[in-house]
Design a protein. Structure first.
Length: 79
């Protein structure tokens, strides 16, 4: 059986970048990952689709220390 050696993710934003991060964490350098974003779509803004599950995702899936992340980026929360 042939193994997948490369992946193209079409669309950036939070979903595209998180998909790329998870694949990179799971498969490491043996998987080539290309992320294709539109030059016509500007930056929407940080947190456009962030939910309360984001810290859990960052910690469990990517191994990012959430406390360290908060100290580094100093996020704000709005209701």
């Amino acid at each position: 059986m042939n193994k997948i050696r490369s992946v193209i993710i079409v669309g950036g934003g939070a979903a595209g970048w998180m998909a790329a991060a998870v694949l990179a964490k799971a498969f490491g350098p043996q998987l080539a990952i290309t992320l294709v974003e539109s030059e016509e779509i500007g930056i929407v803004g940080v947190g456009e689709a962030t939910t309360t599950l984001m810290p859990i995702f960052l910690h469990r899936q990517l191994g990012i220390d959430v406390g360290e992340l908060y100290r580094a980026v100093r996020p704000t929360c709005t209701a």
